[in-house]
Write a protein that binds this ligand. Structure first.
Ligand SMILES: [Zn+2]
Length: 239
């Protein structure tokens, strides 16, 4: 049956699209074999994650799915092969330079958009206004990186030995109005999707992905990261 693609709005045979790209599960699945199962933290509980290949939904036509996959390849190379390699490390985090800005930025925008248009309950916390959603939809179709809007930052959550800790958490929201920010933790990487540019937010200014291809990624021991800490405290209370 033909249905309307959410991106191009054409009637088409829709693909079962991953909301969070499947590559994020690679490291998690590998780890889960040695630890006896994939876990996700949701509402204060650590629960087995049955979605081994990620949550998916019939959203996109084949052409739009392919459009996204090009950008995902760029992001997957960064997550797994750390290409381009880190340039340096300062007190604020790891500095990456020469990131393919258009592809990486469009990957980030496409992820934010997918989280918001998904009807799956798991992603309910992420909802864009219809204006913002339409702005991003049109930008994705025309490969417009929307440089002055929707800043995006990352934080890497690590174990005491400095390795990435591949934790996942159900998306959550902080702040209100123009200070609103959606957060997705997957694969040990916190994605912060800001709704508007926070002129006075210095850390946002310093860390968000920039058109020059520079990205500063703060590193945080996962046990000390406040949202994870809060979830673990809640989980202990629930025991
Ligand atoms: Zn389409």
């Amino acid at each position: 049956m033909l249905k309307k693609c959410r991106l191009c709005l054409e009637d088409s045979e829709l693909q079962n699209s991953h909301i969070v790209p499947q590559f994020h599960k690679r490291r998690l699945n590998k780890l889960s074999k040695s630890q006896g199962g994939l876990m996700v933290i949701s509402n204060g509980f650590e629960v087995p994650d049955k979605h081994r290949t990620g949550r998916s939904e019939y959203l996109l036509c084949r052409e739009c799915e392919l459009r996204f996959s090009l950008w995902e390849t760029c992001a997957a190379n960064w997550f797994y092969n750390w290409e381009p390699a880190q340039e340096s490390l300062d007190e604020k985090g790891i500095i990456y330079k020469d990131i393919n800005y258009p592809e990486f930025r469009l990957y980030c925008l496409s992820l934010l958009w997918r989280l918001s248009v998904s009807t799956l309950e798991y992603f309910d916390a992420v909802s864009l206004s219809s204006d913002d959603s339409e702005t991003i939809r049109i930008a994705l179709l025309s490969s417009d990186t929307l440089d002055s809007k929707f800043p995006i930052c990352f934080t890497k959550l690590v174990k005491p030995d400095g390795e990435v800790f591949p934790i996942s958490m159900q998306p959550y929201v902080t702040g209100q109005g123009s200070g609103k920010c959606f957060h997705l933790i997957t694969n040990g990487l916190v994605h912060d999707f800001w709704l508007s540019d926070q002129r006075n937010n210095l850390s946002l200014k310093h860390c968000s992905l920039r058109p020059t291809g520079t990205l500063v990624v703060p590193i945080f021991p996962f046990m000390d990261f406040p949202p994870v800490k809060a979830q673990i405290a809640l989980a202990n209370k629930n025991d």
